[in-house]
Structure formats: structure tokens, C-alpha cells
Design a protein around this ligand. Sequence first.
Ligand SMILES: NC(=O)c1ccc[n+]([C@@H]2O[C@H](COP(=O)([O-])OP(=O)(O)OC[C@H]3O[C@@H](n4cnc5c(N)ncnc54)[C@H](O)[C@@H]3O)[C@@H](O)[C@H]2O)c1
Ligand SMILES: N[C@@H](CCO)C(=O)O
Ligand code: NA
Length: 442
Amino acid sequence: MEGQKPLKVAVLGCGVVGSQVVRLLDEQAGDIAARVGAPVEIAGVAVRRLDAPRDVDVPSDLLTTDALGLVSRDDVDLVVEVIGGIEPARSLILAALENGASVVTANKALLAEDGPTLYEAAEKAGRDLYFEAAVAGAIPILRPLRESLAGDKVTRVLGIVNGTTNYILDKMDTQGAGFEEALEEAQALGYAEADPTADVEGFDAAAKAAILASLAFHSRVTAADVHREGISDVTSGDVRSATDMGSVVKLLAIAELVSTGSTTGGGPAEPGVSVRVHPAMIPRTHPLASVREAFNAVFVESEAAGQLMFYGPGAGGAPTASAVLGDLVTVARNHRQGTRGVGESAYADRAVLPMGETRTRYHVAIDVDDRAGVLAAVATAFATHGVSIQTVRQEGRGDDAQLVVVSHEATDAQLSATVAELRDMDIVHDVTSVMRVEGTDE
Ligand SMILES: NC(=O)c1ccc[n+]([C@@H]2O[C@H](COP(=O)([O-])OP(=O)(O)OC[C@H]3O[C@@H](n4cnc5c(N)ncnc54)[C@H](O)[C@@H]3O)[C@@H](O)[C@H]2O)c1
Ligand SMILES: N[C@@H](CCO)C(=O)O
Ligand code: NA
């Protein structure tokens, strides 16, 4: 390696993740050089403000506020984008690729919104675009999907892919903590996005679900294709209801191959995909139920391999930087050898199933009059919409009773119509908790 020409890397953004990338590039320089086959040196670090406080000391001659100027430099071989958001991140990545650099990014929002533009630019430039950090932080999940499982058929991906919301739900479950207090803790720990609405309302998880679905099913899935519900409507009542039935509430990202019912040319229907993010009750015995605090986990089901689980830190500066540097070593090695790694694989053009047609189960808690005929009337509302009931639990409370119904699988549209009808019934005082049930054997 002695005498090898160093590879120059531009780091765009020096926040929670960027500062750890800079720190590790320095601290691990010897090992990284040995693994790449040439030293990897920082060409510059683009920041918004030169005098902002930072978690890492950056020599002042490396700092610049001109990110575009930095990625356009002739001596830049590699670009790490950890600014986040759509613009200027997209323009900077496109400029970097056009300039012949290979790119590593952690930007799930951009990949989920406009991934194909970036993939096409990488293809045209003959350069790598890697983004392991974009989904589930440090957990290796994209490379297993893109490479290790490339010979198998993935049928389902079920994951906890947002650390902030898992942290909040976990604190609500184990400590009875309030929502705001738990969110503030997650922000202080560096898990939350700059605007935590992206976490709380499920946008961050939906972006990750789109990326996972694209890679798992070799089809283009964008954020707009993902049905999204966040956790801001999850109440302590929902959390208690889950506890009462031996379950726990988690924000899940689910991507699955499903039958669309439509046939092409009279042949069998090509499976479509259903991609959704919503809170759900899962049994406490399910492996995902034990994913605590800000940890993430992704379950993958495939035809030949069976069930795989990937678990670890999904957020935070250093864990995310670990994934960024893993990609950086790979793309640096490829860059040096004039080769490329795996590009986009989207040959299967799959339809996205509307949420109304997606089959789910529901948990519905209903406050009702405690008198004859009420249970039958509630059961009739379910039956009218073709929803079969699996269990009913009743608790008396003076003049009132609470019914907790868990349905068998039905379409989401049937279940929503049932809940709407229940809300209109005179004997129903209130529908206090409505939540999908996942991770059971049905
Ligand atoms: N924090 C995490 O746990 C985590 C995990 C996985 C992925 N990510 C992703 O990593 C990326 C960065 O996240 P973060 O948590 O480090 O965010 P951050 O807000 O801490 O850092 C972003 C930095 O970019 C800087 N910046 C903004 N515009 C700039 C510009 N034009 N030029 C140069 N710098 C600019 C900001 O000043 C800020 O310091 C995002 O895409 C995020 O989604 C974060
Ligand atoms: N805000 C994200 C960071 C990781 O992408 C989370 O909480 O999981
Ligand atoms: Na990852």
C-alpha cells in the first residue's frame, strides 16, 4: 500500500452522523487504508456554518460552506452525503456522480422519494451509490437483500425501523411515560430526525419501507406508495389494551408479496406488493416484541432461507457512521479497481396493492351498554361487513361494559367499515381502541 495514491473523500454535513464519520475516518485511518488498499483522506467537510459547535475537531482548512464547489473538485474520488433532506442533497449527489465520484449516503428520504434519478445517474457515471445507513442504521440489511439473498425469493419483510418511535412506545409500555417526555429523551440521544414529525408520523419508517420493498422485491416502490400511519394517536389506553391481551404496541414497517387478483394474458396473476407503516399490536412472545428502546430489527421471510432476523442499533451517530464507513470501504475499493458493486435491480414491475385491499386483523375495544342483545348487535356489525370474529372479551363496569374484539383476517376496507358502523350505533358509547394485529400465526 506504501506509495499508493490516496483516495480523497468529501464529507457533506457534519451533524450527528457526519461528525462520527469524520472521527472514525481519522481514528481508523490505518485499518481503512489496509482494507481499501490505499489511504482514504478527507478532501473537505462541507458545513452550513464554519463556526458552529461540533462533536469533532475538524482542521479549519478542511471546512467549507461551498458543498457544490467541494464535490466538483477534480481530486475528489468519494462523496459521503450526510446532510439529509431532498435539496440540496440531491443536486450535490448528482453533481458528485457526474464528476466521477462514488457516493455513500444515509439519506432515506431522498432515496425513497427519488431513488431512480440517483440510480440512473450512478449507472450513467459507472459509479457506486451505496446507502446501508439509510435503513436501520448500523444493521446490515440492505447488503443482505441486494447480495446475500439475490438467489432466493423474499416474500415478506417485517420490521421495526424507527428508533425514535420504538423508544417512545417502549417508555410508554414499560414506564407509563408520557409521549412528550419520551420524545425529548430520544432527541437528546441523537435518534430523532431534525424535525421529529418525520419519526412520529411515520414518514421516516415509510421511506425505509419503500427502500426495503424495492430491494426485496426488485421493483420500484416510492414513499408515495406506502400506506403510512404514525404513533401520535396511540394512547396509553391502547398500550394497556395491548398489555391485557399479552401484546405490545410497535410501529411496524411491512412489505409483502401479495396476490393482486389481476391476470396478464390469461396467465397466473403476478404478485403485487403491499407496503405499509402503522402501529400494531404484536404478541409479547413474538421476537420483535423484545426489541427495546431505540433498537431496530428486521424480519425477512424468504422461500428457501426461511425466517431471518437482523437486529441492532438503528440510529445514533456512531452506529450510523459504522454503516457509512462500511459502504465507504467497499466503494473506495471498487473505485480504486475501476469496478462497480451492485446497482439498481428493478426488473420486476410489481403493482402496489391499495391499503383497502390489504388483509389484516384488528383489535377493537368498544364501550357499550351492559344489557341483553348488545353483544349480538356488535357481532352483527362485524358480520355485515364480512369480518369474522376470532375472540371477544367482556368486562362489566357498572352500567357499562367493555367489549374487546379481535377479528380474523379481512380486508382493511371491511374492517374500517365495521368500525365506522360501530361508531354510529346507539348502544356503543365509544370505540376506545382500534389497532391492527400482526405477528400471529393466522
Ligand atoms: N441520526 C441518525 O440516527 C441517523 C440514522 C440513519 C440515517 N440518518 C440520516 O443521516 C443524515 C444526516 O442525519 P443527522 O442525524 O446527522 O442530521 P443532522 O441534522 O445532525 O446533520 C446534518 C448536518 O448537515 C448540515 N447542513 C445542512 N445543509 C447543509 C449544506 N447545504 N451544506 C453543508 N452542510 C449542511 C447541518 O448544518 C447539519 O449539521 C440524514 O439523511 C438522516 O436521515 C441519521
Ligand atoms: N430518526 C431515525 C434515525 C435513523 O434513521 C430513527 O429514529 O430511527
Ligand atoms: Na443499515
